[in-house]
Design a protein around this ligand. Structure first.
Ligand code: IMP
Ligand code: MG
Length: 180
């Protein structure tokens, strides 16, 4: 796997430091609220796991799965729900946990979808943001890093379901996905 990585963009240590700070902020902001974290499968899993351990207040967790990319590196623009929530979120304070915001199509769809279930609030915690690629404006309350427009893998991010288990975020070598 390592040989397919052009460069490490964010090391394991950097990620953990950042996540610690985000967790602290969430703990302060949601004190005395009914916080529920909703992870977007599968990319958010490492971020969700590390972030929830840094949240010092009670919270529930749930997951949704949506399709957006298939196995290629370009968004299809179509969002489909593959797995819905297990819990009711009416009156709850929802925090969507996502790995990366690219066009914004996935998160804007999810935010609207969750809003319709009458929660008290819906906000977003997203580890990475590619501002250059944005098509739909989105308000991300907790953001880890703005990143340049490279195809990134690791720490949950995949190319054709591979590389999610890398402990850092790296730039994938172009030769891996070109002409595929
Ligand atoms: P959006 O709907 O265009 O914002 O796409 C967001 C989704 O695209 C993320 O949840 C990722 O699954 C995927 N994605 C966007 N950029 C990358 C990348 O650089 N590497 C891997 N997956 C990505
Ligand atoms: Mg994803």
């Amino acid at each position: 796997m390592k040989n397919d990585i052009e460069k490490i963009l964010l090391s394991e240590e950097e990620l953990q430091e950042k996540i610690k700070k985000i967790g602290k902020k969430i703990s302060d902001d949601y004190r005395n609220k009914e916080l529920i974290l909703i992870g977007v499968l599968k990319g958010s899993v490492p971020f969700m796991a590390d972030l929830m351990k840094r949240i010092e207040i009670p919270c529930n967790m749930d997951f949704m799965a949506v399709s957006s990319y298939g196995s290629s590196t370009e968004s299809s623009g179509v969002v489909r729900i593959l797995k819905d929530l297990d819990f009711e979120i009416e009156g709850k304070d929802v925090l969507i946990i996502e790995d990366i915001i690219d066009s914004g199509i996935t998160l804007s769809y999810l935010k609207k979808y969750l809003h319709a279930k009458n929660p008290n609030s819906v906000e977003i915690a997203c580890l990475l943001n590619k501002p250059e690629r944005r098509e739909i404006e989105m308000d991300v309350k907790y953001l880890g890093y703005d990143v340049p427009n490279y195809f990134l893998v690791g720490y949950g991010l995949d190319y054709a379901e591979k590389y999610r288990n890398l402990p850092y975020i790296g730039i994938l070598k172009e030769e891996i996905y070109k002409n595929k």
